[in-house]
Design a protein around this ligand. Structure first.
Ligand code: SP5
Ligand code: ZN
Length: 372
């Protein structure tokens, strides 16, 4: 299988994040992508290739140009406004209750993006735990190129290809970044595929978190089906979307499928959910499925609460590939560094129709540092 990767992600150099007002070590770090790359190289069954520049048009096909412009200047504004912080995080968000009683027209006319970067980050952002640093925009642009190059490989005849996107994308909505995500790599790829082929496209999201951004972007769309297995938002980020009764509206009614799972979900629970998801994907025509692939479903993930083991990823990859659709597989989350390489190998080998043998000497030292 071909793997699209670029070292450009290293510019999104995240060290700390805040969770509920307290700073701690970052989860979405550069080492994640390097560990997966090293494991796939060690496997021998994967071929690395770089992304090609696809420009801004495929991004503004799903995102507000205002979001793109904000992300482009956010760090230089942060510096220019002398905010003494290692990363940009919002000060204030436009909570919908701030405008209660105002008409939609009044809000549209009177509420706007401010000058202060702590307000601008609130205007465009979802949460306080998505650090933005000097190299974020460049890395996020290249992650989109990784996704689009992966789609090109599949449209060019590959049965499946994997894009090692970093930063991830599925929490980014049309006009919003958040959840470690800046541009929605999977949504941008899905939109490009439906435009190129005229076919319907389905997206399978197996990250631990609900892909609120992808759901939002395609909510009213009849040509893009979104199917997601994730932690119940009652107890987990993104809290306000991801419930089973969110089915889409208008042309998109019935095209959005959310499968929330309980804390402690096991391999058996996950495979049952996978079968439901695969059935929903197979129920609509189209030759391509975009997969938002996360490993934060792993039992030891620091921010997840499922109980999955490495073996189940091979079986999920196998069952998704058994659909007979071509797969554009794009990396989202997964934060337990020692297991990331093996879990990616297991999933992708399953999707590739190959057996999975653990590589015990995969070259990871204590704490998951790459030693080889
Ligand atoms: C792409 C992706 O996986 N984004 C995840 C965004 C999650 N944001 C919330 C992180 C909360 C971290 N909670 C730490 C709890 C420690 N007990
Ligand atoms: Zn996640």
């Amino acid at each position: 299988m071909q793997v699209v990767y670029t070292a450009a992600h290293l510019a999104h150099d995240i060290v700390t994040e805040t969770f509920m007002g307290v700073e701690g070590p970052a989860n979405e770090v550069a080492e994640r992508a390097e560990i997966i790359r090293a494991a796939l190289e060690a496997d021998g069954g994967f071929r690395l290739t770089g992304p090609s520049d696809h420009g801004e048009a495929p991004i503004t096909a799903v995102h507000d140009p205002g979001l793109v412009r904000f992300l482009e200047v956010a760090w230089s504004e942060h510096r220019a406004q002398n905010i003494p912080r290692p990363f940009l995080a919002a000060d204030t968000y436009p909570n919908r209750a701030m405008f209660e009683g105002m008409s939609d027209e009044a809000v549209a006319a009177l509420v706007r993006e401010p000058v202060h970067v702590g307000g601008r980050a609130g205007f465009w952002g979802l949460d306080t735990a998505a650090p933005l640093v000097a190299g974020t925009y460049e890395a996020a642009r290249r992650a989109v190129d990784v996704a689009l190059t992966t789609a090109d490989l599949v449209l060019g005849g590959e049965t499946a290809a994997y894009g090692l996107c970093r930063p991830p994308g599925h929490h980014a909505a049309r006009s919003m970044y958040g959840g470690y995500c800046f541009f929605n790599n999977a949504a941008i790829a899905a939109e490009a595929i439906t435009r190129a082929t005229g076919e319907r496209v389905a997206i399978l999201d197996v990250d631990y978190h609900h892909g609120n951004g992808t759901q939002q972007i395609f909510w009213r769309r009849g040509d893009v089906r979104y199917v997601s297995i994730h932690a119940d938002p009652e107890r987990q980020y993104p809290y306000f979307l991801g419930r089973a009764d969110e089915i889409g509206e208008g042309e998109g009614e019935g095209e959005n499928h959310n499968i929330p799972l309980r804390a402690g979900a096991t391999n058996a629970d996950y495979l049952a959910a996978t079968d439901r998801a695969v059935e929903a994907l197979g129920a609509v025509p189209g030759s391509v499925v975009v997969v938002s692939l996360g490993f934060d479903t792993y039992g030891l993930d620091p921010i997840g609460d499922f109980a999955l083991t490495t073996e189940v990823y091979h079986e999920v990859g196998r069952r998704v590939a058994a659909l007979g659709r071509r797969l554009v597989i794009l990396q989202e989350g997964g934060y337990h560094r020692p297991s990331l390489g093996e879990n990616a190998r297991a999933w992708l080998r399953g999707a590739d129709g190959r057996p999975f043998e653990p590589l015990p000497a995969a070259g990871f030292g204590p704490g998951g540092a790459v030693t080889g």
